[in-house]
Design a protein around this ligand. Structure first.
Ligand code: FAD
Ligand code: UDP
Length: 364
């Protein structure tokens, strides 16, 4: 008999398992249908001994000291600031668009003082910014939008940016200085020995039992438990009773090359060419020294594991119907990217899980 069944051993499930087991001393069973813990942040050494991320590049960044302090109980850190180049018009230029991006693409010599008016001359006046197209076109104009955002977004999401909520491309800022970091968060680092090692430390407790390759649908009747945390897709929990919630998927092509370095930065984006979106090279993130290098190419797809909730209003409406059902479910908490249908980064999921713990700890 377990006090808690936790479905999913990703960030949401692992944080809650750790808190319930260590703070409340409760007996927790964590299950995952995959053969490993860590959810989408899972990493491992491949056959050449290079650390890579099975589900694509995961860069940890946050502005929350509380989240850093919490995770630092389970890992040391390798400082790393992510940089991304985009291949545009045959050149590799910084994304987010910054001063060097514009000067390099257009053969200009603008200063940081001049760039805002250069953007303003091209930006379109859109009074009500609703879509992912509006956000970019109203900031840098249509030409840069088409070069950097339109093609990439159409590949990644299988739809035009004009059909997607503004929050998607709003993840990518525009800069007038030369800062070429992908993120500007106060804390940016990789778990020193990898994400999986960090998860192992989180789940290391006599009160926690882990069962892998165990699907909730098969386990739910054979395990005795008091309460439950569910971090899988919310529509699946309710047998898609209101219809399927769309999640976007990816196919990952992992390759190890007979060269020490493949590309100049951690990730190169391909907004104009190819049927993949980006290529990432792990040694940039991890600082690992090795004569070979491992890269991952991401091919977006409608079929496959659910990786991204798709932010658009009709999906939000459908999610709200499931959410209303979820509120009626006794002794079940829905947490994480798939169960709350939120396009959240890892730190936001940790924050959401810690907040859930605080609330339930007050209630019960
Ligand atoms: P998940 O990690 O998806 O874990 C849910 C787990 O539940 C899964 O392991 C799944 O197998 C299991 N599960 C589901 N249903 C069942 C069931 N019925 N029975 C048993 N088990 C079940 N975030 C960042 O901060 N930085 C990044 O650079 C970054 N890059 C990303 C790149 C890609 C390609 C993707 C897809 C995501 C990226 N993210 C990044 C987001 C990050 O992966 C998520 O925020 C985080 O992993 C969400 O954690 P979670 O626990 O909510 O979900
Ligand atoms: N995006 C784009 N071109 C780029 C980078 C991003 O159009 O070169 C858009 C695209 O819609 C993408 C979104 O911005 O899905 C968010 O990008 P991010 O790198 O944050 O995506 P993630 O790492 O979550 O896949």
């Amino acid at each position: 008999m377990y006090n808690w069944l936790i479905v999913g051993a990703g960030f949401a499930g692992a944080v809650l398992a750790e808190r319930l087991a260590n703070e409340r001393g409760e007996r927790v069973l964590v299950i995952d249908r995959r053969a490993h813990i860590g959810g989408n942040a899972y990493d491992e050494l491949n056959e050449d001994g290079i650390l890579y991320h099975k589900y694509g590049p995961h860069l940890f960044h946050t502005n929350s000291q509380q989240i850093v302090d919490y995770l630092s109980r389970f890992t040391e850190w390798h400082p790393y600031e992510h940089r991304v180049l985009a291949e545009v018009d045959g050149k590799l230029v910084p994304i987010p668009i910054n001063l060097d991006t514009v000067n390099s693409l257009y053969g200009l010599n603008l200063t940081p003082e001049e760039l805002p008016s250069w953007f303003a001359e091209r930006a379109e006046n859109i009074p009500d910014i609703r879509t992912s197209e509006d956000v970019v076109v109203s900031t840098v104009g249509r030409e840069l939008y088409e070069k950097f955002f339109r093609g990439y977004t159409r590949k990644q999401w299988g739809m035009d940016p004009s059909q997607l909520d503004k929050s998607v491309t709003a993840r990518i800022p525009t800069r007038t200085n030369r800062d070429d970091r992908y993120f500007t968060d106060t804390f940016q680092a990789m778990p020193k020995y990898g994400y999986t090692k960090m998860f192992e430390a989180m789940l290391e407790s006599p009160n926690i039992e882990i069962r892998l390759e165990a699907d909730f649908r098969d386990v739910r009747r054979s395990v005795e438990f008091g309460r439950m945390i569910y971090t899988g897709p919310i529509d699946e929990y309710f047998d898609h009773c209101y219809g399927k919630l769309p999640y976007r998927s990816l196919r990952f092509k992992h390759e190890t090359l007979e060269t020490a370095q493949h590309q100049p930065v951690g990730t190169v984006n391909y907004p104009q060419t190819n049927d993949f979106t980006r290529i990432s090279e792990y040694k940039h993130f991890t600082g690992q020294q090795h004569p070979k290098t491992t890269i991952t190419t991401e091919y977006p797809s409608a079929e496959g594991d659910p990786y991204y909730p798709i932010p658009r209003s009709e999906n939000a409406d459908l999610f709200r119907r499931y959410e209303a059902r979820a509120r009626e479910e006794k002794n079940v908490w829905f947490v994480g990217r798939l169960a709350t249908y939120k396009y959240y980064n890892m730190d936001q999921i940790v924050g959401q899980a810690l907040a859930t713990f605080r609330k339930l700890n007050e209630q019960i």
